[in-house]
Design a protein around this ligand. Structure first.
Ligand code: AMP
Length: 215
């Protein structure tokens, strides 16, 4: 599970970790974005929070994650959690859900990137609206803003505006950052430097996870 300010590279690294360990990538942000796109009830509930960069109410998020954790692929292979938990209530709910399912977390990763770098990355960020692969204005897809992986349209996220970014960073410091101590108390925290190339950061993450899993 990877914690980190928005724009710290959390999404990209979660995708890479899920590929490396061949496990499902559970991203609450992706679930809400596709619900909004499809216009489902969940999407209608989520859209105003998402666009404003505000956290979606705990009960809604917890229900989504609970449904996903109960799928058989999670039980057999494990999982990478991206963007959850983000509040103390969510962390408590995760702990009790996992214990009911007879599962546990290997590690919570705090991916550290200074705020000025985060702001630069968020302003430049572009994502595939179909498969959520990340790009940037400095590293665009090869052809005409269509995704190299799936051919989907590559766009700027609706919540990557200056106001929404400020709200999200404020929410991170107020509600999510305290979880770092929560995981540390449980002996589950690894702090990883998020600066450098994506490959360098992935190597650091894999080393930390392997160390924890293999002892
Ligand atoms: P992300 O893609 O992880 O940056 O999430 C995008 C947006 O989805 C957030 O700004 C929130 O509006 C919503 N969201 C995702 N995960 C959560 C969560 N665990 N709790 C509350 N809101 C969330």
């Amino acid at each position: 599970m990877i914690l980190g300010r928005q724009g710290a590279g959390k999404g990209t690294q979660c995708v890479r970790m899920a590929r490396h360990y061949v496990v499902p990538h559970i991203s609450t942000g992706d679930v809400f974005r596709s619900a909004v796109k499809e216009g489902t009830d969940l999407g209608l509930k989520a859209v105003e929070f998402l666009d404003a960069g505000k956290l979606i109410p705990d009960d809604v998020v917890i229900e989504v994650v609970r449904d996903r954790l109960e799928q058989p692929d999670v039980r057999s292979r494990g999982f990478v959690l991206d963007g959850f938990p983000r509040t103390a209530v969510q962390a408590e709910a995760l702990e009790s859900e996992l214990s009911e399912l007879g599962l546990s977390l290997d590690l919570a990763i705090d991916l550290q990137v200074p705020e000025n770098v985060v702001l630069e990355r968020l302003a430049a960020r572009r994502v595939c609206s179909t498969c959520a692969t990340n790009y940037s204005t400095t590293k665009p897809p090869h052809v005409n803003w269509t995704c190299d992986v799936c051919g989907g349209e590559v766009v700027q996220r609706a919540d990557d505006t200056e106001d929404a970014i400020r709200t999200r960073l404020g929410g991170y410091d107020g509600q999510t950052a305290p979880l770092i101590a929560w995981f540390e108390d449980r002996g589950l925290l690894a702090t990883i430097d998020g600066l450098g190339t994506a490959d360098e950061v992935t190597q650091r993450l894999v080393r930390a996870v392997d160390q924890q899993r293999l002892g």
